[in-house]
Write a protein that binds this ligand. Structure first.
Ligand code: NAD
Ligand code: SER
Length: 320
């Protein structure tokens, strides 16, 4: 357990939608030098690269991963590198290789070096047979390859905890809405893209039907939840450790379009469903997050109105 005394943090997939904000939050808490950002992409002027240590690292290269863990004295990994649902359905083999292969790399390194791990899951673990208000525990029969890789990730997390005592935790994130980095190729991207399109063109062609309802969350809530889960005492973490349901808010595509129109004069939205409609239809409308509330005190702060206000003022001030 060489890494047990090491205290630095490694974030994989750090240049993505969540990593961009999680690295910033972790560096604010622990100091810039304590948080090593990593990704397979190189973007020299990205805030995570400019703002602290950065390593080019593919999560499917187990030797390189071990080397970075040792060289950087890593004790905790936030494992965000993945291929999201829409990109994953275009290339299911790649999705399986990165999502399952990457998670195995991280968990094996955790077993060897005594690391703590955060590995997120998704609402995509649910399939069409799950109740539309999805409970924490129910049969998980996703139809997308992405969802299948997330179910595997949750099972691996539970196995590594039970067999090897690796403290790995995860959240089934809803669709995340943020303005600091683009959404990364998921089905819920319409709820991010609509704000960019509204402010840039006054119009959005939405790729799901107007009555499509999905669980969603503002990024600030998601980051707060992630840090709270990882800070919770180990004996408070129950059987949902591989993927806690987490509820932010739930709304239809028409409801978010109306909320944007109420804030952006003249905004119009057309609904032109494409293949992503199928993935959205296979997911729940909302989730029951009582396990997260009970085990580590989760409570959402942003509803649809609050997240719309935050998105629009964030995008307007970042374009000044
Ligand atoms: P993203 O697509 O924005 O970022 C993923 C990052 O991983 C990218 O920067 C990409 O370059 C990197 N990456 C891809 N292959 C890699 C590899 N082989 N090695 C290292 N890095 C690699 O994704 P995100 O939205 O930040 O999601 C992070 C995690 O959260 C993923 O596990 C995702 O499934 C999960 N999640 C996200 C959402 C959401 O709405 N954003 C919802 C549910 C779950
Ligand atoms: N937002 C993600 C996606 O749509 C859900 O995991 O892929």
């Amino acid at each position: 357990m060489a890494g047990a005394t090491n205290s630095r943090i490694l974030v994989t997939g750090a240049l993505g939608q969540i990593g961009t904000e999680l690295v910033e939050a972790l560096r604010a808490l622990h100091g810039a030098d304590a948080v090593v950002a990593s990704d397979v992409r190189d973007i020299p002027d990205h805030p995570c690269v400019v703002g602290g240590p950065y390593r080019h690292l593919s999560v499917i290269d187990a030797d390189a991963f071990d080397e970075v863990v040792t060289e950087e004295s890593i004790g905790t990994v936030y494992h965000l590198a993945a291929i999201l649902s829409a990109t994953g359905e275009k290339n299911p083999e790649l999705c399986e290789r990165i999502n399952v292969g990457g998670t195995v790399t991280v968990l094996e390194a955790a077993r060897k070096h005594g690391l703590r791990v955060y590995a997120p899951s998704s609402i995509a673990v649910f399939g069409p047979d799950a109740p539309k208000h999805a409970p924490q525990v129910c049969p998980l029969n996703p139809t997308t390859m992405y969802g299948k890789t997330k179910v595997t990730g949750e099972r691996l997390a539970m196995n590594y905890w039970k067999q090897y005592g690796v403290d790995v935790r995860g959240i089934r994130y809803p669709g995340l809405i943020s303005y600091k980095a683009p959404a990364g190729g998921g089905t819920t991207d319409y709820a991010v893209d609509i704000f960019h399109a509204a402010l840039e063109n006054g119009h959005y062609d939405c790729f799901v039907r107007s009555d499509t309802r999905l669980p969603m969350m503002y990024m600030e809530d998601a980051i707060r939840a992630t840090i709270a889960l990882m800070d919770a005492p180990v004996d408070s973490i129950g059987d949902a450790r591989g993927g806690y349901n987490l509820s932010g808010c739930s709304f239809t595509a028409a409801e978010i379009a109306d909320a944007v129109a109420a804030r952006v004069p003249e905004f119009t939205c057309d609904f032109k469903p494409d293949v992503r409609q199928e993935y959205a239809d296979s997911w729940p409308d909302s989730v029951d997050d009582s396990a997260a509330k009970q085990d580590w005190g989760w409570k959402a702060e942003y509803d649809l109105d609050a997240l719309c206000d935050a998105m629009i003022s964030g995008l307007q001030s970042s374009s000044i």
